[in-house]
Design a protein around this ligand. Structure first.
Ligand SMILES: *Cc1c(COP(=O)(O)O)cnc(C)c1O
Length: 412
């Protein structure tokens, strides 16, 4: 079930203060998620969530995570710069990148970030750019398919990320000779899964592998990084992941492999993005156009530039019409933006209450990989971001782009 915790009055009030379209984020909801995650893993030695910056790269949101005791997972120069500017330092930053420009290693090392190497060849790159640290992390790719029960949840064998097991043995031995004193292990094997069994199964794989590698390479295992991938229920009929149950099941795997958790034991880290902010963001837009040809098309003032997931993945985002939550959904619409691109549709054949032009529409679950994936195709500009604060007021935390922004990089 998508997040219906805010009444329509909140969306209407925001839309009376700021022109649509914009993304609205709920500070209280974001803090509650961070606290629920920290509570679920409070049993684990030195637990830390590194919020995946790419999901919602806004400094005011990242500050909220900072206040909740989280670090940041960065994968680019700009994300490192943002972390640096906000005062994240050292092991509060995880730098996981792949095929990145070598200079970004220099920057990450200068900040003292934990480095998550995506490939064996990155050892030499890191040695030449910032140097080999005492603690290193490596990303594992088991190949093949990743399954839960009979369901295929992901296909690591087709994914560009990570090292093979054989490479990890060789690489860790080499890193040890180069001065590494301890290592962490990371893997991301399924994306957006609300199945409570995902993290525990991943944890079991990484715990066993970490334990075995540690023995084979005579190198202490410092931490396991479960990465992102815990999903959210985009569809009304979907069940939410239960983070408390997930934390408890990961603990069982931990005890199975390492014994009772104790201070100084193998630490647990996560890099959740979507789970943290996804349900706490909404794209607010007005119905501005309607046409009837072979289907009903409802045009809104947002477009795929503001939320690319439906166009890119055919992703479902729930939509409701303000003031009509209880009205019968008796009209089928394709809800479209204005791009000259037929996949610019927020919904296809969606049953909604009869929409009138001027109605305020709320597109759910845009708090992660929403604004962040925005682009400027067709000369359309990225929208503002508004924070609904715990105090109950609205704060613009990013202004909308203007034509000046669009032209700033051009020469005439
Ligand atoms: C994208 C990403 C995440 C976050 O993924 P979510 O699906 O948003 O949880 C975490 N770690 C890495 C390395 C990523 O690339």
């Amino acid at each position: 079930m998508p997040n219906f915790s805010l009444p329509d009055a909140v969306f209407e009030q925001a839309a009376s203060q700021f022109p649509t379209p914009f993304h609205l984020y709920d500070e209280k909801g974001i803090r509650e998620r961070a606290r629920a995650l920290n509570a679920a893993f409070s049993w684990a030695p030195a637990f830390k969530e590194y919020f995946a910056v790419k999901a919602l790269p806004n400094p005011q949101i990242l500050k909220i995570f900072q206040e909740e005791g989280c670090g940041l997972d960065c994968s680019s120069e700009c994300e490192l710069l943002m972390a640096e500017k906000l005062g994240f330092r050292g092991e509060d930053i995880m730098f996981s990148a792949n095929a990145m420009p070598p200079s970004e290693f220099d920057h990450a090392r200068k900040l003292g970030a934990l480095i998550n190497l995506d490939d064996m060849s990155d050892i030499d790159t890191l040695a030449a750019h910032g140097g080999i640290p005492e603690t290193i992390c490596a990303r594992f790719n088991p190949g093949g398919d990743f399954t839960l029960g009979t369901a295929i949840m992901g296909s690591p064998g087709d994914s560009k990320y990570g090292w093979t097991r054989e490479q990890l043995v060789k690489g860790m031995k080499r890193l040890k000779e180069m001065g590494v004193k301890r290592f962490g292990l990371h893997a991301f094997l399924a994306s957006n899964t609300t199945d409570n069994a995902y993290y525990p199964k991943l944890a079991g794989i990484l715990f066993e592998l970490g334990d075995a590698l540690s023995k084979e390479c005579s190198l202490p295992l410092s931490f396991i990084n479960l990465s992102g991938g815990v999903g959210i229920p985009y569809r009304p009929d979907q069940k939410a992941a239960d983070i408390a149950a997930i934390g408890a099941a990961v603990k069982e795997e931990y005890i199975r492999v390492f014994g009772q958790p104790k201070p100084g034991g193998v630490a647990i880290k996560t890099e959740l993005g979507r789970f943290m902010t996804g349900p706490n963001g909404w794209l607010i837009t007005h119905a501005i156009h309607e046409k009837k040809i072979y289907k009903n098309y409802l045009g809104v003032d947002a477009c795929a530039s503001n939320l690319m997931r439906p166009a890119m993945y055919g992703a479902y985002h729930h939509i409701h019409v303000c003031g009509k939550r209880d009205a019968a959904a008796d009209t089928l619409y394709d809800v479209t933006g204005c791009l000259c691109e037929n996949n610019d549709k927020f919904a296809v054949d969606r049953a909604l209450p009869k929409v009138d032009l001027g109605d305020l529409m709320v597109i759910h679950d845009t708090g992660a990989h929403g604004w962040a994936m925005g682009y400027q195709y067709n000369g359309r500009l990225r929208s503002a971001e508004i924070l609904y604060t715990e105090k109950g007021d609205f704060r613009m935390i990013r202004r909308a782009e203007t034509p000046q922004d669009y032209f700033a990089t051009l020469e005439f």
